[in-house]
Design a protein around this ligand. Structure first.
Ligand code: SAM
Length: 261
């Protein structure tokens, strides 16, 4: 997977859609948190280019005028490169740090919120959650944005790309997430909220996303299997949608909100 993320790093941002509704929901949560304090310290784990944390902190600081410190943290330096690290603070600029989610090199209770978008299925869940609980402040938030296996099955990839959903075995179910979070007694409550998200896309973009490895699931196909599956996908998309240049599809996610005691 490290090779996968190194390979896609420079194109990752343009190859993935940004869920604006999730950005608004997470921003709202952070604004509420910020009412109790006059600064925010945000850690985004498995941040990649940091595009989600950047959108969130930019929106929050613009609306509230709050000072913030954002850290985009990822195991793959290439993913962080080209991200928000070098931007000015008022456009979502953040610090960046390299390391694994299972060992966070930060002092206890040093962040108002720990966020992770589209990444938790790559982590050793108990180890990451224990670390997240350690570095988040009392009354702070752990916020995870992920997709369950059932949601993955309902995406356009899960529906039409042969074997996509069954080859992706890393995603956590709601019950696994709930049990893992419940095992950490530091969290006051656990809310799992299914978020509806409609994407507007096109066949050419979908084919480009698959070819460029926009989703790491494609790594679970041999080159021949992938080409065959891609041909079948194209045929199915053409048969399913009237206009392949204007496709509307569901792309639902799960938002996990866990306030720290
Ligand atoms: C699918 S990408 C998501 C990136 C970003 N959060 C986004 O939504 O654009 C997953 C990210 O997790 C990182 N990652 C995978 N395993 C990791 C680990 N154990 N510790 C830290 N980062 C990890 C990868 O390098 C990659 O950047």
């Amino acid at each position: 997977m490290a090779r996968h993320f190194r390979g896609i790093a420079l194109r990752y941002r343009e190859m993935r859609e940004l869920d604006a509704r999730a950005v608004r929901r997470v921003s709202f949560e952070l604004e509420q948190l910020a009412e109790q304090t006059n600064s925010l310290a945000i850690l985004d784990v498995g941040a990649g280019t940091g595009r989600y944390a950047e959108a969130v902190v930019h929106g929050v600081s613009k609306r509230t005028g709050l000072r913030y410190r954002g850290v985009a943290y990822d195991a793959i330096p290439e993913m962080l490169r080209g991200g928000p690290a070098h931007q000015p603070k008022d456009t979502g600029g953040m610090d960046r740090a390299i390391g694994f989610a299972e060992f966070l090199p930060f002092a206890a209770q040093s962040f108002s919120a720990v966020l992770s978008f589209n990444a938790v299925h790559h982590f050793d869940l108990p180890a990451f959650l224990a670390e997240a609980a350690r570095v988040v402040r009392l009354k702070g938030r752990l916020i995870l944005y992920t997709r369950t296996p059932e949601q993955n099955q309902r995406t356009i990839w899960g529906q039409l790309f042969p074997h996509f959903a069954e080859r992706e075995t890393r995603l956590y179910s709601k019950s696994t997430l709930r049990a893992a979070l419940g095992a950490i007694t530091d969290f006051e409550s656990i809310e799992l909220r299914e978020m509806q998200w409609t994407i507007r896309t096109s066949l050419s973009r979908l084919l480009e996303q698959a070819r460029s490895g926009g989703y790491s699931t494609f790594r679970f196909y041999s080159a021949d299997e992938f080409e065959e599956a891609l041909d079948t996908f194209e045929i199915r998309v053409r048969a399913t949608f009237d206009d392949p240049a204007a496709i509307t599809a569901q792309n639902d996610h799960l938002l996990v909100l866990a306030p720290r005691r």
